[in-house]
Design a protein around this ligand. Structure first.
Ligand code: ADP
Length: 427
């Protein structure tokens, strides 16, 4: 069939030769979603014996997409259908194509409006089974290598720690200087391997989020309170629940609920608070707060640290990005923490961003979709028969009770879900 009436016979023949020879499936569908053109690769991948078998059919009946778990997508869940209806661009590597014979192949698929006066949409797709296999082998390799190297590095770090400890070893001052450097370097290496492991787990599409209904104020407080000792070491004042330093129009101390993956939440909070500690000089302050903000739960981690300049602020969530200035060069890091935070937050349907004033301090915000108390209770019932343990007072289960193990005198309950831990003078 002619590709378009505007082409000469020779050009049309050339276009057809190209379409027939490429391995990617190509389809043109009209504004009603009916197939106008398909190439042999498209027929082969969808399980049709020839392209003409597909002409005039609804493209959704030909291009049957499923999720990785094999669930067929309804039209409303199918982003390709939505893009075709709204005449918008779409591309993804997240779906499988189910052939007429019932075989599923992972594909990269894209839809683009043809532009101009034509209302056609052009759909291209290709089999990415081999690509995914290679990526998975690569990830596996990095993951195994990081894992294997972490153990000897931990041992080196441990022995250097013993050598530096006056009660276990005697060394002269020159040796102490060298060993201190070696100890810091081994710690850095250990953190790098841990971060690499986290990133490979993150890039591994097989890893799934496990969302459970959670009361966010208590869950975040419990995680944040665990960093008390590290804050005390730097004489930092830590306040949970107070909103100092940020917009305080919003209600604090209320019970707010969300569906979260507890492991992800811990990774997110640990990274943000570790950064707040790392990039805030001794004697500074850190605030952590959780509040309901309309349809979202908003968490903030605020510090009075070195801050981030506007040109760096736009890059800090990128993989391996580190701000490079005289202050940060002294502080170890891998540039992976905030990348992990961003991926984890987005995997739970949320958003993360930062506001900062250079030399004054920073606030990192995490916003997650909020659920009502009724929905929280309903979700608790749903998971009651599974092994998953929800977090929060209504569920009667929390994270491990670390806050309780802290010095009671150090925690000043200020009511309304607010507590302040003054670390000044705490050794
Ligand atoms: P790193 O391992 O370097 O800390 P991250 O991805 O966690 O990596 O952070 C990226 C960069 O963002 C850091 O190198 C640092 O310069 C900057 N940064 C992150 N958090 C803060 C903070 N609370 N205050 C100032 N700078 C920060």
């Amino acid at each position: 069939m002619p590709v378009t009436n505007n082409l000469s016979a020779e050009q049309a023949a050339l276009a057809e030769t190209v379409l027939n020879s490429i391995n990617d499936g190509v389809m043109i569908v009209d504004a009603n979603g009916l197939v106008k053109l398909a190439n042999p690769a498209a027929a082969r991948m969808t399980g049709n014996s020839q392209p003409s078998d597909m002409l005039g059919l609804s493209f959704l009946s030909v291009l049957r997409l499923t999720t990785g778990e094999g669930a067929t997508l309804t039209d409303s869940q199918n982003p390709l259908a939505q893009a075709a209806v709204n005449n918008m661009e779409f591309s993804s590597r997240d779906f499988y194509l189910l052939s007429l014979q019932g075989e599923g192949i992972p594909i990269a698929i894209s839809l683009v409006p043809s532009g101009g006066r034509s209302a056609d949409r052009i759909i291209t797709f290709r089999n990415i089974a081999e690509e995914l296999e290679k990526e998975s082998e690569q990830t596996e390799f990095i993951s195994t290598a990081s894992h294997e190297m972490r153990t000897p590095v931990a041992s080196i770090e441990g022995y250097l720690g013993l050598a530096l400890n006056p009660s276990t070893a005697t060394i002269d001052e020159r040796a102490r200087k060298y060993l201190t450097e070696a100890h810091a370097a081994s710690q850095h290496l250990g953190k790098l391997f841990q971060d690499l492991l986290d990133v490979t787990r993150l890039d591994d599409k097989r890893e799934k989020v496990h969302l459970v209904p959670t009361e966010m104020t208590s869950a975040v407080k419990e995680i944040a309170d665990r960093q008390f000792a590290a804050m005390a070491n730097k004489q930092l004042t830590y306040t949970f629940g107070s909103n100092s330093g940020v917009d305080d129009k919003m209600q604090l101390g209320q019970l707010v609920y969300a569906m979260v993956d507890i492991d992800f939440l811990q990774e997110i909070m640990n990274n943000l608070i570790e950064n707040a500690i790392k990039y805030t000089p001794e004697g500074g302050a850190i605030w952590v707060a959780v509040r309901g903000d309309g349809d979202n739960v908003l968490i903030n981690v605020t510090d009075t640290g070195m801050g981030i300049s506007p040109d760096n602020l736009t890059h800090i969530f990128q993989k391996f990005y580190r701000v490079d200035n005289s202050q940060t060069r002294e502080i170890g890091g891998t540039g992976l923490g905030l990348y992990i935070v961003k991926e984890r937050v987005e995997a739970m349907g949320g958003r993360v961003w930062a506001e900062s004033t250079f030399s004054e301090g920073s606030t990192f915000y995490v916003s997650l979709p909020r659920i009502s108390e009724e929905e929280y209770q309903r979700q608790l019932l749903v998971i009651q028969n599974t092994a998953a343990m929800p977090i929060g007072p209504a569920a009667g289960a929390g994270l491990t009770p670390t806050a309780a193990s802290m010095s009671a005198g150090a925690i000043l309950a200020a009511g309304n879900g607010t507590s302040q831990i003054s670390t000044s003078g705490v050794q």
